[in-house]
Design a protein around this ligand. Sequence first.
Ligand code: PMP
Length: 395
Amino acid sequence: MKKIKTIYLDHQATTPVDESVLQKMMPYFGEKFGNPHSVDHAIGWQSSRAVADSAAQIAALIGADADEIIFTSGATEANNLALLGLLGRRSDRRRNRILISAIEHKSVLATADVLKDRLGCQIENVPVDRQGRVSISAFESALDDTVFAVSIMAVNNEIGTIQDIRSLSKATREVGALFHSDAAQAPLAIDISSLAQGADLVSLSGHKMHGPPGIGALYVRRALQEWIEPLIHGGGQQNGLRSGTMPLPLCVGMGAAAEILRGDRMHEVRAALRHRRDRFVEQLHTLPWAITVNGPAPEQRHPGNANVCFHGFSAHDILNALQPTLAASTGSACTSGIPAPSHVLRAIGLSGDDAEASIRFSFGFTTRDEDIDAAIDLIADTLGRLAQTTVARSA
Ligand code: PMP
């Protein structure tokens, strides 16, 4: 039977592990298997060194120090640890407000609900414009000395908006509040080498940056660490902030991925991504159906993100009809299964119908020009077929 190739345009859901990253991980499943917390023998010391090196690589990606990196199971846990951890040991009860953007990932939104329900915090959504950008002036007018913390993502996972984290964190610090940024989608999209200088906490995810799944990291500024309440209690590993034996091969893999993403070549890699994405959108515009690209202008968004509204179509029908030849998604993969239009698209002003007609295409290291051309042919063919059945149905 002939094997059908699937064109993968869903890199914001997850990325394949880079081949060189996998090679670096392999020995740690076998000959170098030691527990990094075994302090009594050389095999343990070797593993502990490998974990410390990985932490240093991740720290270097964001301009932090190795002892400020806490390994987690992913960005979901990092976001939970950042917000629940901070609030768990809050001393100043007058500061009770938490500001988050309206387009945060569910792992921030749902955690904010817990802060409200369990800890009585007042959660305020900072609105965004049609590009998904937080307005600095609206943000500044919401800030005062009753704000305890702010959580705003660096790069959006659905529409690729790049926030001005430097200005947002500066304004936050001026009122003495703490700043957290979910940067899970940032490493591929932008240079984040000075992110830790402005933020107090930063979340990262291995599988969004061509590293392994099942691992993430939370940067916690050193001076803040004693104020974080752990979510996971046990043997006191990682400074007591996250107990449990560290998954050595995954730590090594995330470190190796961070090293690639920090490299000199990233400028070219991002330019190539941008070029392919723009070519894809240009070709979509030549098809005989009305489309709109949702969100920011090309130069102001993740270079590998295109979120496209196919007016009059259902995104689910298009994606279903494209299986198994093309993988893309109707929004955040983490929310698929919940039959509600994307909160991100609604927040930037799309109608329910347009939100349900929108597909996120996301490109990564492995996307080639041929994939773009083949994807356009498949989409053109699919829209043609769907348009016919719709006309036939309505005739
Ligand atoms: N934040 C953002 C912006 C994301 O895109 C995702 C993944 N969809 C997450 C957090 C959760 O990451 P993880 O899968 O590592 O838990």
